[in-house]
Design a protein around this ligand. Structure first.
Ligand SMILES: [Zn+2]
Ligand SMILES: [Zn+2]
Length: 147
């Protein structure tokens, strides 16, 4: 899987959060940032990347995803099927379909949403680092399908 992003951009992102740029971490960040609306699981990423990085271990994938998520470089989202990782670090709402498992990012960068998160954080004197909001239900295709 070839990333469309220049490596320099990835290195800058990692450096901006004080994260060391190991080969595995750079590859993982590139894979998540290029995954668009797919919201991959750690297992998906492990399978995809272990083809080009045969020494990659599952533990490395899990540890690096946690570090990238905590740094606010990628989105970590809890779904009924477990954790998923997406490229959109800006606040947004995930519409999670509990029937087909699809996840859609909506309201990305919506000023009302950003204001709401800022209000929520300020009540606790809190510095927001990463945000994960999801609405579970049925996507339009599943809602229209006969039961
Ligand atoms: Zn669906
Ligand atoms: Zn998302």
């Amino acid at each position: 899987m070839k990333s469309t992003r220049p490596t320099s951009e990835l290195l800058e992102l990692l450096a901006s959060r004080g994260l060391a740029a190991t080969t595995q971490r750079v590859a993982l960040l590139a894979a998540v940032l290029d995954s668009h609306d797919r919201h991959l699981s750690a297992e998906d990423l492990y399978r995809e990347l272990s083809r080009e990085l045969p020494t990659l271990s599952r533990a490395t994938v899990y540890n690096n995803l946690a570090a990238l998520g905590n740094a606010g470089l990628i989105e970590k989202l809890e779904t009924p099927d477990g954790s998923r990782y997406g490229p959109v670090a800006r606040p947004h709402v995930n519409l999670v379909c509990t029937a087909c498992g699809s996840i859609a990012d909506v309201l990305v960068g919506d000023p009302d949403l950003e204001a709401l998160i800022a209000r929520a954080a300020s009540t606790g004197g809190f510095q927001a680092r990463s945000v994960s909001l999801s609405v579970n239900g049925l996507c339009s295709a599943c809602a229209a399908a006969p039961a």
